[in-house]
Write a protein that binds this ligand. Structure first.
Ligand code: SF4
Length: 324
């Protein structure tokens, strides 16, 4: 990826200082030549996200609510896992796609985040709140491939040696299945991980959960994913939210296993995280294990993703960007 160059390197150091000290422009850095300070102030807009609220889960997950400069709110989640910390980033305020199980889309879409606002989530966590970040997942509020231009810009900055230097293999972009976005990602040939939220192997059922399936049905989505993987050596993950008495039966496991085997994908099973006013039911441990067993019997590598941050509404599909 393109290096930031000497000027970018200086700018990075300055921005880190700004984030540590909560300043909003370069004027205070009197050890820099005046002309450089003026140039930086002229060329860069520095708007820090404001940390508005913070929730700590019993399992160690922390959810931050940040205020954007236009008064909108987003949520960013830090998930501890041993010595590692994974950060779940938001890419939009709200979401257009209205998946039936997800709180982020309930209030509709407000706007895309800029690359700066996406990177700022990481900068604040690292430089102001001293988190040791190892992995980034684009799975917070919004659909990353619906804001691909800014997401790619942010990934380049986060990945660049002179930026945040987070390895591409430690960055995962998750999509509800935006086929043109998957094609663009393939053309860009980034070494990041891709994860597709599949949630059902059948079009009718998937459309009920994810209306985007009407536009990009499973056959098209699976073909795009297959093409994305061709010759790249990349791995794909299929996310499957298990909902009790909805998509947790044997024939759904069989359908999912067929897709996973075709894509040589790993399946991440996630128990549905309750959202108030939604009719779905969270499965128990038993149903989760049974579904996992069915997949494994069909030679599909399956992990059960522990729901973290359930008690602070920071788990999958629970982020709303709302204050308490
Ligand atoms: S699951 Fe993702 S794409 Fe669907 S409504 Fe929620 S944020 Fe949007």
């Amino acid at each position: 990826m393109r290096a930031l160059g000497e000027e970018g390197y200086r700018a990075r150091q300055i921005f880190q200082g700004i984030y540590k000290q909560g300043q909003s422009d370069c004027s205070q850095f009197t050890n820099l030549p005046l002309r450089l300070r003026e140039k930086l102030n002229h060329r860069f807009v520095i708007k820090l996200l404001e940390r508005q609220e913070e929730y700590l889960s019993a399992d160690g997950t922390i959810k931050y609510v940040f205020k954007l400069s236009d008064g909108n709110y987003i949520e960013t989640v830090v998930i501890p896992s041993g010595v590692r910390q994974t950060v779940c980033l938001s890419t939009q305020v709200g979401c257009k796609f209205r998946c039936a199980f997800c709180a982020s889309g309930l209030k509709g879409f407000k706007r895309n985040l800029s690359a700066g606002e996406i990177v700022s989530q990481v900068l604040i966590l690292k430089h102001q709140l001293n988190h040791q970040i190892n992995n980034l997942v684009f799975m917070g509020m919004g659909e990353p491939l619906d804001n691909l231009h800014e997401v790619i810009k942010a990934i380049r900055i986060l990945n660049d040696k002179q930026g945040m230097d987070i390895g591409a293999r430690r960055i995962t972009v998750s999509t509800a299945g935006i086929v043109p976005g998957i094609k663009k990602l393939k053309d860009l040939n980034l070494q990041i991980n891709l994860s597709i939220s599949i949630h059902s192997p059948f079009d009718r059922q998937r459309t009920e959960l994810m209306p985007i399936n009407q536009k990009y049905p499973l056959a098209e989505l699976v073909a795009a994913a297959e093409d994305y993987l061709k010759g790249s050596g990349r791995q794909l993950t299929l996310e499957y939210i298990l909902i009790k008495n909805f998509n947790d039966r044997l024939y759904e496991a069989e359908g999912l296993a067929a897709i996973a085997r075709r894509l040589k994908a790993k399946v991440n099973l996630i128990a549905y995280s309750p959202v108030s006013n939604l009719p779905y039911v969270r499965p128990g441990q038993e149903e989760m294990q049974r579904f996992q067993k069915w997949l494994e019997e069909r030679k599909v590598r399956t992990t059960v993703r522990k729901s973290k941050g359930l008690d602070i509404a920071a788990a999958c599909g629970q982020l709303t960007g709302r204050l308490k």
